[in-house]
Design a protein around this ligand. Structure first.
Ligand code: FES
Length: 105
């Protein structure tokens, strides 16, 4: 497990830096690996770009879009991307699945 914080704290002696840059700095090999990412949408967006540069296939990347959800039970219509409802069809998707959705996520 690799840990990082965005801003150094007095009691922290580990890595300091943003997750997307740290992922690329560690330079994980995609061989026999699956990447799972969750967190703020902007962080996920840049982690996905980094994983692509590290040659992870879209099928090897799994992420979540739960922050799009409101009611969570398929009634409010606030979480849809194209014909998918994040609350009912996800919220966990492979990046390969996301590539088949309109680029709204
Ligand atoms: S969160 Fe309301 S329909 Fe999905």
């Amino acid at each position: 497990m690799y840990l990082t914080v965005d801003v150094k704290q007095e009691s922290w002696d580990g890595h300091v830096g943003f997750v997307p840059q740290y992922v690329e700095e560690i330079a994980f090999s995609p061989e026999n690996r699956i990447a799972l990412t969750c967190g703020p949408p902007i962080m996920i967006k840049f982690v996905l770009q980094g994983l692509k540069r590290l040659n992870f296939a879209p099928e090897q990347i799994i992420t979540t879009l739960e922050l799009r959800m409101k009611c969570g039970v398929g009634k409010c219509g606030r979480c849809n991307i194209g014909d998918k409802y994040v609350c009912k069809d996800g919220p966990v998707f492979t990046y390969a699945e996301l590539l088949n959705l309109p680029p709204e996520y």
